[in-house]
Design a protein around this ligand. Structure first.
Ligand code: NAD
Length: 368
């Protein structure tokens, strides 16, 4: 089977880290009985420059037809003053919307070699392996009304609307429970049922889905503010955390910080499976376009490369190949290779390409 992959490098360091991912793809097609057909297209600021829009219909058509999309990053100061609908980030939002990517998976993994890079004590983060499952297409970022109005007394009034339906909660809960079955079989569901009715419905629906379909997974409920606190107090108590769009945005950034560098962390966004089991998916590093280091060969490619490992696991069902890639990254870090963002005393400082060279060598060694 040949997998059809769309590469969307985007802006800033996006093209640099996706080029390294492409080399890893090359290693897998040469060594692991996997065939890829790749095409590339523009997204974000570069798409606006070329086509006048951050995402074109032609690009979206390719994304809809692909087995998986590998995304770099978008944005930069050059486009900060554009009207909202033309901003580079709208390219990513359109992809998420049109592909129906309602589940965002963000692992927070602490590699042993990097346990000293966290702002928490090493013993608190060593061996950390949690997965945050964030609802991505509903909630307060999309609910209507969403407006700023003028009041008769001259004040302004701003409204965002937090809204969730049973179906939206059911489908994200199922994703979290299914993933927990492949891991530690524990799900913590975070909401604010003490003060928000969406939280009350969230808790009710997650409990129902659990009791009916996933009784073998341990479910606990936690208020989102307490969850934020527990993540810095004792993050290893968690396995999978499932939460809504807003709380997921905040909690997943917090969890990312636990592991040291933003240049290390991958993510996956998944949609609903169709009748043939095909599932739209997009994989991206969680970092942005890092304009401060773009074009200098300094970017850490690991977040993008580990996003491809997630693609192997979730889109292609190649769990062993995904684990091999994660082990290769672990080996390279243990051998002391560091890009600038994760540099520590006594280690070997390398740039973007040399880090990938080391990962490819580790793949050779581990698979040979
Ligand atoms: P950023 O993640 O781009 O950078 C934050 C800091 O981390 C910078 O100092 C950067 O140099 C460093 N960094 C990030 N990735 C790195 C890597 N792989 N290797 C080494 N260092 C790395 O966040 P920002 O500075 O807030 O945003 C810059 C631009 O990116 C903005 O236009 C923003 O809108 C956009 N952005 C895009 C995405 C996305 O495409 N998904 C996400 C976040 C931000």
């Amino acid at each position: 089977m040949t997998y059809n992959i769309l590469l969307l490098p985007g802006d800033g360091i996006g093209p640099e880290v996706l080029e390294e991912t492409r080399r890893v793809l090359g290693w897998y097609s040469a060594n692991r009985n996997l065939a890829f057909e790749t095409t590339s297209d523009l997204v974000g600021g570069i798409s606006f420059e070329t086509h006048g829009a951050p995402a074109t219909d032609a690009m979206m058509k390719k994304a809809l037809a692909a087995d998986a999309v590998l995304f770099g990053a978008v944005g930069g100061p050059k486009w900060d003053k554009l009207p909202f609908h033309q901003k580079p980030e709208q390219g990513l939002l359109r992809l998420r919307g049109d592909l129906g990517l309602f589940a965002n998976l963000r692992p927070a993994l602490c590699f042993d070699a990097l346990k000293d890079a966290s702002s928490l004590r090493p013993e608190i983060v060593a061996g950390l392996d949690i997965l945050i499952v964030r609802e991505l297409t509903g909630g307060v970022y999309f609910g209507k009304p969403k407006e700023i109005t003028e009041l008769p007394d001259g004040q302004k009034r701003a409204v965002d609307t937090q809204v969730y339906t049973t179906g939206e909660i059911e489908r994200i809960a199922r994703v979290a429970f299914e993933l927990a079955r492949l891991r530690g079989k524990r799900v913590a569901s975070a909401e604010k049922s003490n003060v928000m009715v969406t939280g009350v419905l969230w808790r009710e629906v997650v409990t129902r889905v659990h009791d009916k379909e996933f009784p073998d997974v341990a479910l606990s409920h936690i208020l989102a503010d307490n969850c934020a606190m527990q993540l810095v107090r004792n993050p290893k108590q968690f396995d999978v955390i499932v939460t809504d769009n807003l709380f997921g945005d905040v909690l997943s950034d917090e969890a990312a910080q636990l592991t040291g560098s933003i240049g290390m962390l991958p993510s996956a966004s998944l949609g609903a499976k169709d009748a043939n089991g095909r599932q739209p998916s997009l994989y991206e590093p969680i970092h942005g376009s890092a304009p401060d280091i773009a074009g200098k060969g300094l970017a850490n490619p690991i977040a993008a490369i580990l996003s491809f490992a997630m693609c192997l696991r979730y889109s292609f069902g190649r769990v062993d190949d995904a684990t091999l890639l994660e082990k290769a990254v672990e080996r390279v870090l243990a051998d002391g290779y560091r890009t600038g963002d994760i540099m520590q005393a006594g280690m070997t400082k390398v740039g973007t390409t040399a880090m990938t060279d080391a990962i490819l060598k580790a793949l050779d060694k581990l698979s040979g």
